[in-house]
Design a protein around this ligand. Structure first.
Ligand SMILES: Cc1cc2nc3c(=O)[nH]c(=O)nc-3n(C[C@H](O)[C@H](O)[C@H](O)COP(=O)(O)OP(=O)(O)OC[C@H]3O[C@@H](n4cnc5c(N)ncnc54)[C@H](O)[C@@H]3O)c2cc1C
Length: 397
């Protein structure tokens, strides 16, 4: 294999696989490198399911990115024959008294605003409506919901697999189980990337390292990316499978009352048959870790506590205890937004981190935008709010 490329993509998870595929589609001579063999279970892109939705409460700039991603995921399905996106409908529950925040203050109001602005099919439900339509949720009288018809579930591992396979078919070079140790930009703007197996050269480098990104950028930038331990829990629905199966049960985000970011919970229908369980996640932002130090085990105590706190008060008593749990990693910026920008001081290095726990649904279109940035110098979708310079601290190298 030659060691010179147009572009190197470092990291082949959710967004790296998308960028690699999109670059290969456009005829770029591209190399993708990953320290593991994606999809794998050590980063941010595992656990069988990710919520996708169209009206995005994290900020208006995200809705066009999500809409474009829907189109790309459908196109990937058509090319591969794999089922990547399953429409289940999505319920976002909140209340005027809810102190819960899902990623952003005003998540619920912003979601409604985006739905109206972008003409996204939805209903607004009172507590009585929720009880009638989705009796699986034990809501309080002051709780309301936004129901989105086209929300659904993406299969993260399959999306990565399909994009890597299509990229390879289009001529992309892929090196797995090879770790990037460092990269350097020459005065002329070319980049050399050194791994534990060799050195490669390219005109541009795209860094899609997920929770490892802070280890690859300068120390003053690395503090912008905090890594948090998150747990995905599956609960036994054997006794109530019909009401938790896809078709009967929507994906949901529930802003619970109480204060603080960790009061939000989200979940999915039972996707893996009667014995597969239904999955929820609670968002915890206070456990900052690193990829090396994170505890990847989930204790019996943690599972039992989650059942008592997140399942028993909010769902039918027929839902049984936790049957499995997996640790996954969020990478959060201070404003929970993304970084898709040139690395300060480097003209030929783009850092791409669609992170903070809500990036998967956008990853297909972010990959496409990155390919446009690399090849055309600008992207059709507006990425202007994803720059390094938005943070208060002076960022320079
Ligand atoms: C529990 C959980 C639930 C989530 N739920 C949702 C959801 O419902 N909806 C949603 O839209 N988003 C969700 N997200 C967010 C979404 O999954 C992430 O934003 C997305 O997967 C991040 O992808 P990534 O490509 O940035 O990182 P990863 O997929 O982790 O990819 C990074 C890759 O870089 C490689 N790498 C790193 N360093 C090196 C190196 N030095 N050399 C070579 N390779 C390297 C790694 O091996 C890895 O494969 C969730 C995330 C978690 C953790």
């Amino acid at each position: 294999m030659t060691d010179s490329f147009d572009t190197i993509v470092l990291g082949l998870g959710a967004v790296g696989s998308a960028a690699l595929y999109q670059l290969a589609r456009r005829g770029d001579k591209v190399l993708g490198i990953d320290q593991f063999d994606p999809p794998h279970t050590l980063g941010s892109t595992h656990g069988e399911s990710r919520i996708t939705r169209q009206a995005i409460g994290e900020g208006e700039q995200f809705t066009p990115i999500s809409l474009r991603s829907y189109e790309i995921f459908r196109d990937l399905e058509a090319q591969s024959g794999a089922e990547l996106l399953r429409i289940t409908g999505g319920l976002m529950i909140s209340s005027p008294s809810s102190g819960g925040i899902h990623n952003t203050a005003d998540f619920y109001k912003n979601t409604l605003r985006a739905a109206k602005k972008f003409d996204i099919r939805h209903d607004e439900l009172s507590a009585a409506d929720i009880r009638k339509r989705f009796p699986q949720f034990v809501v309080r009288d002051d709780e309301v919901a936004y129901y989105e018809y086209e929300a659904g579930v993406l299969s993260p591992e399959k999306c990565v697999e399909v994009q890597l396979a299509l990229a390879a078919k289009l001529g992309a070079n892929i090196r797995v189980n090879e770790c990037v140790l460092s990269f350097n930009e020459s005065a002329g703007g070319n980049v050399s990337v050194t791994t534990d197996s060799g050195t490669y050269h390219a005109r541009q480098l795209v860094v899609c390292a997920g929770p490892w990104v802070s280890q690859l950028v300068d120390p003053q930038l690395s503090s912008l990316f905090q890594v948090q331990r998150q747990v995905q829990f599956w609960f036994d629905v054997d006794k109530c499978y019909d009401s938790f199966a896809a078709g009967a049960f929507p994906v949901f985000i529930w802003e619970l009352s109480g204060s603080g970011k960790c009061q939000s919970m989200y979940g999915f229908p039972a996707l893996d048959g009667r014995s597969g369980g239904f999955k929820i996640g609670t968002e915890g932002y206070n456990k900052v870790v690193t990829t090396d130090t994170v505890d990847r085990n989930v204790s019996a105590d943690e599972m039992a506590t989650t059942y008592e706190k997140q399942i028993r008060p909010f769902f039918s008593p027929a839902v049984g205890p936790c049957i499995k749990a997996r640790v996954c990693l969020y990478t959060s910026t201070p404003d929970t937004g993304f970084i898709v920008d040139k690395l300060p001081g480097h003209d030929s290095v783009i850092v791409c981190s669609p992170c903070s726990g809500h990036g998967f649904k956008h990853s297909a279109a972010i990959g496409e935008s990155v390919a446009e940035l690399v090849l055309d110098g600008s992207s059709r979708l507006d990425l202007s709010r994803f720059g390094f310079s938005r943070f208060d601290k002076p960022i320079s190298v």
